[in-house]
Design a protein around this ligand. Structure first.
Ligand code: AMP
Length: 637
């Protein structure tokens, strides 16, 4: 079959071509990222025609992929959109994991995708302790580039003069592995930064960074960080905005600066890059930026950094900075006070909401307060559906009617013809909470992303969402996402160390302590001796071993952050007096929890509850070992 149809033109000035078979599909409108007006017009068109575009996207995905083993199993080769919702199940990662692993093991992409899968993107979400792997294609890189380009006109609309300088963006790559099939498995941003789309990015104001690409692409994260900060300091007068992807990474850079500013100043003073910078790309590119000796600049930076307090240091070191671009929504909101302290009140800008599965949405009001940030899903990125989440007494609960096989939260559909309870992008309602489900161009069909979003408004016909939380995540410092089950598993292993001594762990909870950099997990443990309520005498060494045991049993993303990235500090256990968790229950009930339904929260969010627990601490212990970590091993048959 040879077919190529230019569809109805959504906006109708940009051509969305949908083609299939032989010709490469052109799903993304052409757009010059330097043309702000055209960019804004395109965003208006996309949001005005959100419904039509979603329909087109679904039709295109089904037409392309109807013959894949996965879809054929449900649709028997049809590509009818009604059947899709009736017959294709809403799934979790465990449902599709066997397909992904078969591809990693060398089977052809066509089992899930008509277009070749060119790499697997390792997510910070884990399954069985290892990162989930999301399929990606060559075309997907163009989709991401399109998405990044769409951020430019929005930023330019709100902040003038960004073309007059540079961005100090601290960007890093992470380890990658080759799967048995030869496909690389690596994080989405590592894939993007290494791609020619990034390296040959068009010269526009949004793409001019103080960091040479060689420093971003350096596999040694310490050298990379040092060199990027050095380049940022040397070019301080050009810097109009600073940032990193997530707030945690930006704060890690500030901590690094606290540790290394003397050496950085000495490099600037002498015009010589420290000898331990051995990566050839870093050395040559940074030497070039450094130019020669500059004692005046070194004195200036030294004066700022040796001050009593680092309050407002960002503004002092980079005086022309207009904002800090870091994601501060979701679990990253915990870093806002620390960022405010260092920034001297600069706006914190969360530009986008994206994941390894798909890039989702853009913040159309980048200067809004972090608590007011909403993202508008771009309707040409994927086909979006929504599972209703109810909010009762402050608790989010899901009555999920989905037919995946893996999730205990899913209710099996009683009748094969029953349509599963998802809503389309156009059907969501203001103020309601939903879990996002995506069907991508790269082989995910009705996949539960695990993020809970709330509708805050509409931009033209496209709904806007506040990121509420990741489903079931209780602890997170950096990109780690520890859920209740993983925490329980790790705590269960650890308590085995003290049970032979006659101790019983009667209750536990935790919180992510981000009062210092890097942040760390704190667990509160209530212990007693078997047969009595007496406070046991604590063996510090054993308790420290418990801390390490918990860490060893957390997933590989936690262990990578802890060992390789050093973005998480040593885990702490605080032992509390007998009766503390009863007091916690009394507190929660006084705050409105139902006594009948009360369950010990595995994550303490309220400041008051935390203070209550802290007031009953009898011993604090820290892990003394960093847990084992290596780039994940593929255990594939
Ligand atoms: P990963 O799959 O490792 O790329 O992580 C993607 C996840 O990070 C998303 O599903 C969200 O849970 C979270 N995330 C990404 N962008 C944002 C954002 N702007 N605000 C809050 N959380 C985000």
């Amino acid at each position: 079959m040879k077919c190529c149809r230019a569809t109805q033109n959504f906006s109708l000035n940009h051509t969305f071509h949908f083609c299939c078979t032989k010709m490469l599909p052109k799903m993304l409108p052409d757009y010059d990222p330097n043309d702000n007006q055209a960019g804004m017009k395109l965003l208006e068109d996309l949001t005005t025609n959100a419904y039509e575009i979603q329909q087109q996207v679904l039709r295109e995905i089904l037409t392309r992929n109807a013959q894949t083993e996965y879809l054929k199993g449900f649709l028997n080769g049809q590509c009818d959109e009604d059947c899709f919702k009736k017959k294709v199940p809403v799934v979790n990662y465990e449902d599709i994991k066997p397909y992904i692993e078969r591809i990693a093991d060398g089977e052809p992409s066509e089992i899930i995708s008509a277009q070749p899968i060119t790499e697997l993107l390792t997510s910070s979400g884990t399954s069985g302790g290892q990162p989930k792997m999301m399929p990606s294609s060559a075309e997907d890189l163009n989709r991401k580039t399109f998405f990044y380009n769409m951020l430019v006109p929005v930023m330019n609309k709100y902040v003038e003069g960004l073309d007059k300088g540079k961005g100090m963006y601290l960007l890093f790559i992470k380890p990658e592995i080759s799967t048995p099939s030869g496909l690389m498995a690596r994080p989405v941003l590592t894939s993007y930064y290494k791609s020619s789309n990034f390296r040959n990015r068009p010269f526009n104001q949004y793409n001019i960074y103080t960091s040479p690409d060689e420093t971003i692409l350096c596999p040694d994260s310490k050298q990379s960080m040092y060199c990027q900060l050095l380049c940022g300091l040397v070019q301080r007068d050009d810097v109009l905005r600073v940032g990193a992807v997530f707030a945690s990474a930006f704060l890690r850079a500030i901590k690094f600066l606290e540790d290394y500013w003397k050496e950085l100043c000495s490099n600037i003073r002498t015009g010589h890059v420290s000898d331990w910078i051995t990566d050839p790309g870093c050395r040559s590119s940074v030497s070039l930026v450094l130019g020669g000796r500059n004692s005046e600049l070194a004195d200036l930076i030294e004066e700022q950094c040796s001050g009593k307090s680092w309050e407002g240091i960002i503004k002092n070191l980079w005086p022309k900075t207009k904002f800090i671009e870091v994601i501060v929504t979701g679990s990253m909101a915990q870093y806002i006070p620390t960022l405010d302290f260092y920034s001297g009140g600069l706006p914190l800008v969360s530009t986008m909401y994206a994941s390894s599965e798909c890039y989702f949405g853009i913040n159309f009001k980048p200067l809004s307060k972090p608590s007011d940030v909403s993202y508008t899903l771009l309707p040409n990125m994927a086909y979006f559906e929504f599972l209703l989440v109810e909010k009762n007494n402050g608790e989010l609960t899901q009555k999920v009617h989905c037919n995946g096989v893996s999730d205990k939260n899913c209710i099996q559909a009683s009748d094969e013809n029953e349509e599963f309870q998802t809503l389309d992008l156009m059907e969501v309602k203001l103020g309601q909470y939903y879990e996002l489900v995506v069907t991508t161009f790269t082989g995910l069909y009705r996949y539960r992303v695990g993020d809970i979003l709330m509708v805050t408004g509409f931009h033209n016909k496209a709904p806007q969402f506040r990121f509420v939380q990741r489903r079931n995540v209780v602890l997170s410092i950096d990109t780690d996402k520890t859920n209740e089950e993983d925490l329980l598993k790790a705590v269960t292993q650890a308590k085995c160390l003290i049970e032979p001594l006659g101790f019983l762990l009667t209750e536990y909870t935790g919180y992510a302590d981000t009062s210092s950099i890097p942040g760390h997990y704190v667990l509160f443990w209530e212990l007693k001796m078997k047969g009595s309520n007496d406070l046991p005498e604590l063996d510090a060494e054993k308790m420290e071993q418990c801390c390490s045991k918990v860490e060893e049993n957390l997933d590989s993303v936690y262990r990578r952050c802890r060992k390789k990235d050093k973005s998480i500090g040593a885990l702490e256990i605080r032992v509390v007096k007998h009766g503390t968790f009863d007091a916690l229950m009394d507190f929660c009930v006084s705050e409105g929890s139902s006594v009948n339904q009360y369950k010990t929260p595995r994550c303490i969010k309220s400041e008051e509850a935390r203070k209550l627990l802290d007031s009953k601490v009898v011993g604090k212990f820290f892990s003394r070992k960093t847990p084992f970590w290596e780039p994940f091993r593929m255990e594939i048959n």
